[in-house]
Design a protein. Structure first.
Length: 115
């Protein structure tokens, strides 16, 4: 089982970035997918999720309207599109796959928002 995030980097405030998570080794289309982040000195925070079919997404208020999650079950990928980035969005971003008691995590990708 592998979840590999990519697309992180440096971006200025107000900028956009799109992260991708490539899955392998399990039946991706049956798993709900989530994105989390962990900023420096902070606990890991859930920032959004998408159901297995892709029909529904959800986001906390901290990112609602700025972040969007998309998935492609044919390509076994889930993306996190981020707009209007702020310095407080600086964190390591992780994707997470969940099906009942099973949960898999990626290794994370760093996003740094700086001016």
């Amino acid at each position: 089982v592998q979840l590999v995030e990519s697309g992180g980097g440096l971006v200025q405030p107000g900028g956009s970035l799109r992260l991708s998570c490539a899955a392998s080794g399990f039946t991706f289309s049956t798993y709900d997918m989530y994105w989390y982040r962990q900023g420096p000195g902070k606990e890991r925070e859930l920032i959004g999720g998408i159901v297995s079919s892709g029909a529904s997404t959800g986001y906390p208020n901290s990112v609602k309207g700025r972040f969007s999650i998309y998935r492609d079950n044919a390509k076994n990928t889930v993306d996190l599109q981020m707009h209007s980035l702020k310095p407080e969005d600086t964190a390591v971003y992780y994707c997470n796959a969940v099906l009942g008691p099973r949960a898999y995590w990626g290794q994370g990708t760093q996003v740094t928002v700086f001016s």
